[in-house]
Design a protein around this ligand. Structure first.
Ligand code: NAP
Length: 487
């Protein structure tokens, strides 16, 4: 057994006799062809060879490119490669696909794998693969491998993305490429017919498509709250009393801004669900489409939640670093120096407020971490739908409640202190609490039994305008389905 394990999958060309030609005895695997000798082709050839395939590479200039390929791969002319291989990868740019037209007779009846990507996102089509299928109507075109970089191919699935998206109009061709993917250690993902190729080609070109709105929203809120806090905490003392506290800008102001953003973003995770529920209650059906803005908002709740988690985690780190600062130590010394005999050092109410405030903050961050962890696909895959919704909804509302309590404890009685209304502006925590309170009150409203019952019926298919009532069979045994519209 150890001898078997030590034996290489493919014998060295020199050991085996020195010819660069494929040896039929080497393996009974199909011969895989690759057109083009660029970066992608080299990585693919290496990976195929190490997976035990016989590889033949077609080049316009085989002599020049031979040295870049493993010994076991044969580098030859395009025509020869096309005629030897049963399955051919086209590792050339799509604008050069037409230069392969002279290979049409040799490629007829064979599977062509189009690995190409476009230069920019294409929403209108046709895709490169569809154009290739038009050019080679006698071959079966499979789209795939374009989402894997040459580097990832070389490293193999240990250290890179494992998924390969495939689509084709020929199920036989797709299944042979699927088998090849598996043998190379990748995970094939069937995307259906060739019409999905546009989507597959756009995949590697998209830049965090579902993150754009949440990130912009986070940045917008951060700038808004930062300026608001700067105005109240830094500019106001300078303008009214000539007191320079600009040192607060890098840490203090940021640390008051981050929790504000975190709380508002967390409220924004739960508000679209409430909007959807009230929309369904109002329209009396679940079959009416939500407005587009609500659809889009519902689709990026996870990203809103993760942005909220990031701000909350940063707030925790900033808060822990507060006592380390020189300014904090100077302030403490100053307070001690300014203390007079008989001054109260231990203020019971302040102590309790702080203990509760910190505790609620830690709980909120802990619950938020749980939400963030369960939003990871690998973790979400390990829980069932009921467990997932329990964590994301029930635990999520607990996190929102804890974060709201944390903010209320921070505010304590400051809302009633006129000194807090600098430049006539209310303290930040008051503004920040508006959306979370709306979300929590909205959730409570949906818990009212009559409302909850109606919503449950709507979500099970009941409609206000087309209510079907089942009646027990009458004496004459007629089974009647009564349409009692508008009941
Ligand atoms: P590359 O390094 O520029 O190689 C392209 C190859 O195409 C050349 O080496 C050339 O080989 C061949 N070719 C055939 N006909 C040609 C012609 N008329 N003009 C110029 N070259 C011609 O490109 P690549 O990075 O390997 O990418 C190849 C394809 O793979 C592209 O469609 C790309 O979108 C796709 N892809 C690449 C990656 C990646 O990480 N590089 C990832 C995913 C997908 P000969 O001179 O030997 O004929």
């Amino acid at each position: 057994m150890p001898d078997d394990m030590a034996r290489p999958l493919i014998h060295d060309r020199v050991e085996a006799g020195g010819s660069r030609h494929l040896e039929a005895s080497m393996s009974d695997s199909p011969v895989i062809g690759i057109m083009g000798t660029g970066d992608f082709s080299r990585s693919l050839a290496r990976r195929l060879v190490s997976s035990g395939y016989q590889v033949v590479v077609g080049s316009r200039n085989p002599k020049h490119s031979e040295a870049f390929f493993p010994e076991e791969a044969e580098v030859t002319s395009q025509v020869e490669a096309a005629s030897q291989a049963a399955l051919v990868f086209l590792a050339v740019y799509p604008e050069h696909h037409s230069t392969l037209l002279e290979l049409k007779p040799s490629l007829a009846g064979k599977t062509l794998v189009d690995v190409s990507n476009g230069l920019r996102i294409n929403h209108d089509g046709p895709s490169n693969a569809e154009q290739l299928a038009d050019m080679f109507p006698e071959s079966d075109v499979v789209k795939g491998f374009n989402t894997i970089s040459a580097w990832a191919l070389q490293r193999g699935p240990r250290d890179a993305s494992r998924q390969i998206f495939l689509c084709s109009n020929s199920s036989t061709a797709k299944s042979s490429v699927t088998q090849l993917c598996r043998r190379m250690g990748f995970v094939p993902v069937d995307m259906g017919l060739l019409s999905s190729s546009l989507e597959i080609e756009n995949l590697p070109l998209s830049l965090f498509p579902s993150w754009r709105i949440p990130i912009l929203c986070t940045l917008f809120l951060f700038i808004l709250f930062y300026l608001y806090n700067f105005l109240r905490d830094v500019l106001q003392p300078y303008v009214t009393a000539g007191k320079s506290v600009f040192y607060k800008m890098p840490i203090d102001t940021v640390n008051v801004t981050l929790p504000s953003v975190a709380l508002v973003m967390l409220a924004l995770v739960y508000l679209p669900g409430l909007c959807a529920a009230f929309f369904q209650l109002w329209s009396g059906t679940k079959y009416n489409r939500f407005p587009n803005w609500l659809d889009r908002w519902l689709a990026c709740r996870k990203q809103f939640g993760l942005c909220s988690f990031l701000c909350a985690a940063l707030h925790a780190i900033y808060s822990l670093s507060l006592p380390m600062r020189k300014s904090a130590r100077f302030k403490l010394l100053l307070a001690v120096r300014q203390m007079k005999e008989g001054d109260e050092v231990w203020v019971e109410e302040e102590v309790w407020r702080m203990e509760l405030y910190v505790s609620a903050g830690i709980m909120a961050l802990g619950l938020l971490s749980l939400l963030a962890v369960t939003s990871l696909p690998s973790v979400a895959d390990s829980v069932n739908w009921r467990e997932f919704t329990f964590i994301q909804s029930t635990v999520g509302y607990c996190a929102l409640s804890m974060a709201t309590v944390h903010t209320l404890l921070y505010g304590w009685d400051r809302a009633f202190d006129p000194v807090q209304y600098r430049f006539m502006l209310p303290p930040t925590f008051m503004l920040v609490l508006v959306l979370p309170c709306v979300a929590l009150l909205g959730r409570l409203a949906l818990c009212v039994p009559s409302v909850a019952r109606r919503l449950q019926r709507i979500r099970r298919g009941w409609e206000k305008t087309r209510h079907i009532r089942f009646r027990l069979p009458e004496d004459n045994c007629r089974n009647i389905l009564d349409d009692v519209s508008n009941v």
